[in-house]
Design a protein around this ligand. Structure first.
Ligand code: NIG
Ligand code: FE
Length: 425
């Protein structure tokens, strides 16, 4: 494949970052903007990212003949790193549209879960779906992620709740990561502790997770991360710590769902177990925000959940003021946020979390890459990283947040491969 040159880019948003920890505080407002930029790509990697007028010197130095380069004109265009969605539950079967309607007519997420719906409804469906079918359903979903600009996706198990079905879900992610139509990076997280299955007591299930599930997942190398739903009626902070520590013993990196509905000590558990990220935080209190100060645990906020469930929004401004590194994700799942569209999440982050355009852009690129330990591969347009980038049909990045509900994305590049969004249906 010839080298590809994106030339005359009006706004090249690099999000470049040379630090070993995620962006926080004031640095969240630096998006590494280059006016009139250029990006040169060869064999799926970025060779050059910078000013258009310095490109000639670079080509000469590395003896790259201009005649061999395929060009993409990016005048009046904005180029960003592909979005990194660091919290999703994209492997599932079935629909919970019925529950959505129940919520609209007044029932809460908790009430629906108590009456046998919620996570258990999806567990029943996933258990009945064969691996091949589940893989087909999941692969089809990747198009929607890509179409709106996401090129790296984390995905959790947690709708199996027994060994064979949790492994089935993780196999879907691992198989698709090795081979999916767009070459997207898919990062697997073991979330056996998502809920308690109907056939076991909680005590028994935690023992089962520790004695059987974690060792098996680790032995088969099916997950990078381990996650727990730390919440009233699910897992307590103490139980969460026990499970996460055991996961760590088996080489899994801990992360956490906490403070979505109630504050039950999850932040302390995240600090004690040195979580890579702590996710949700809709109801986190000031004391706990202070505890996260300068810890380098990425606070992943999910404003799509607040919108979809009509609950509180995470206190983004307070977290940023206290120097907590932040990220944004969809939490795409059938119960609490049914969208793959990161651009909607960015609009919500602006209007509801009161984040600046620059903070939002860093929170969907370089910082979530840190939350997935993918910061050396993706999340910014820097020499040596994968060519994961997206081209928008406007000349200033400010348009991205301002113009909402419309996909202005023209082209997605994943590891150097180009996809026109108009061809993605
Ligand atoms: O992140 N909070 C727990 N888990 C998901 C919801 C899962 C579901 O409802 O199916 C979440 O919101
Ligand atoms: Fe989640």
């Amino acid at each position: 494949m010839n080298p590809i040159l994106l030339k005359d880019i009006s706004n090249l948003v690099t999000c470049c970052h040379f630090d070993t920890s995620p962006k926080k505080g004031k640095s969240l407002n630096d998006i590494g903007l280059v006016n009139n930029g250029a990006v040169l790509i060869n064999n799926s990697r970025i060779l050059y990212s910078g000013k258009m007028d310095k490109l000639g010197y670079f080509l000469k130095k590395y003896k790259i003949p201009a005649s061999e380069i395929s060009e993409i004109d990016c005048s009046k265009k904005t180029v960003l790193p592909g979005f990194v969605d660091c919290h999703t539950h994209f492997v599932f079967s079935g629909s919970r549209a019925n529950e959505y309607e129940m919520r609209i007519s007044g029932k809460t997420y908790e009430q629906i879960a108590k009456s046998g719906g919620g996570i258990s409804a999806t567990v029943n469906s996933v258990r009945k779906t064969a691996l091949k079918k589940l893989k087909e359903i999941t692969e089809r979903r990747l198009t929607n992620f890509l179409k709106y600009g996401t090129t790296t996706i984390e995905g959790k198990s947690g709708y199996g709740l027994d060994l064979s079905n949790e492994i089935k879900m993780l196999k879907v992610i691992n198989d698709l990561n090795k081979n999916n139509i767009y070459g997207l990076d898919l990062i697997p997280t073991f979330l056996g502790a998502h809920s308690i299955p109907a056939e076991r007591t909680k005590k028994d299930y935690i023992e089962y997770i520790i004695r059987e599930m974690i060792p098996a997942v680790s032995k088969k190398q099916l997950a990078v991360f381990i996650d727990v739903f730390c919440e009233r009626n699910y897992f307590s902070a103490e139980e969460t710590e026990k499970i996460l520590f055991e996961g760590k013993n088996f080489g899994l990196l801990p992360k956490l769902h906490t403070d979505q509905f109630y504050s039950t000590g999850g932040i302390e558990a995240a600090i004690n177990t040195a979580c890579v990220s702590v996710d949700h935080l809709e109801v986190i209190n000031d004391k706990d925000i202070n505890k996260l100060r300068d810890k380098n645990i990425v606070a992943v906020m999910l404003p799509g959940v607040s919108y979809f469930l009509d609950i509180k929004y995470a206190p983004a401004r307070k977290l940023i003021e206290k120097n907590v590194p932040v990220a944004l994700a969809t939490d795409f799942n059938p119960g609490s946020c049914m969208t793959e569209n990161m651009q909607i999440i960015m609009s919500l982050a602006s209007l509801k979390l009161k984040m600046t355009a620059e903070e939002i852009i860093n929170s969907v690129t370089i910082n979530p890459a840190f939350a997935l330990q993918m910061q050396n591969k993706t999340g910014s347009i820097q020499q040596g990283k994968q060519a994961d980038l997206i081209i928008f049909d406007f000349d200033s990045y400010k348009e991205l947040i301002y113009h909402f509900g419309v996909n202005q994305l023209l082209t997605v590049m994943k590891k150097g491969k180009v996809y026109k969004t108009s061809d993605l249906g």
